[in-house]
Design a protein around this ligand. Sequence first.
Ligand code: SAM
Ligand code: 2KA
Ligand code: SF4
Ligand code: MG
Length: 244
Amino acid sequence: MPLTLATTTPGEPELFASLQGEGPSIGRPSTFLRLSRCNLACQWCDTAYTWRFAGDNRPHRDDLAFERTANQLTLPEEDVAARIAALSPDRLVITGGEPLLQGAALARLCTLLPAMHVEIETNGTVAPHAALDPLVQQFNVSPKLSHSGNAAELALIPERLRAWAADERAYFKFVVADEDDLEEVLELQRQYAIPGDRLFLMAEGRSTAELRGRQGWLADVCLRHGLRFTDRLHIHLWGDTRGT
Ligand SMILES: C[S@@+](CC[C@H](N)C(=O)[O-])C[C@H]1O[C@@H](n2cnc3c(N)ncnc32)[C@H](O)[C@@H]1O
Ligand SMILES: Nc1nc2[nH]cc(C(=O)O)c2c(=O)[nH]1
Ligand code: SF4
Ligand SMILES: [Mg+2]
């Protein structure tokens, strides 16, 4: 079963070396693999080219629709594994789109890799495939609040949140824009007993100006509530650019 990847330009898979820009592994050199397709539709999603294809009229703030064939590429796991091994033998970040939608193919990919640290960026709505789960060292789980524009019952699946909260490998990374979002995060933290040490707040923004506009307030909030703060390093270094 092949993998469906995102592209940087038509025909070029989005598979690249970069510094992990967010969360507990921030600053670590890593190989990134970006998969196509998502089960949610966040209106501020910075990678809408992975899911918002022509004909998908769900709202997005840029109101863009992307051509599917130019933005997707299907490759066998063997090919993807060889490209990853050539880029970096140490750390792999798998993202998307929603990578856990392709769990069986990812499990096969991971069995073909040299021994390396594998972390997965996920919206937290999909259980990891049983064969994939033991091959992953870290899950960076970013549950979606009401400002994402997804229906609440799609964005937050209670049994999944309970499972992530109980999993020591899972770090929560909430995208926050304002005070209302913070109230939702604190309620989820209380409801699912998420330890502050595994809970990051990250400003919503796709530019340094947008991030800086929110980060002063967000830093105070983290101090007040004993939560972790994460920047989006790659935005400052390279902007909102595919393949970085
Ligand atoms: C594009 S998503 C892909 C993985 C998965 N679908 C998810 O949402 O976690 C990667 C990360 O970027 C975050 N993100 C997307 N758009 C953003 C924005 N405009 N501002 C801040 N973070 C954003 C997501 O919340 C997630 O943590
Ligand atoms: N450098 C860099 N770090 C990242 N961490 C999470 C990312 C993502 O899009 O999931 C990401 C990304 O796109 N680039
Ligand atoms: S869940 Fe992730 S990839 Fe999907 S729309 Fe939201 S931010 Fe984008
Ligand atoms: Mg990103």
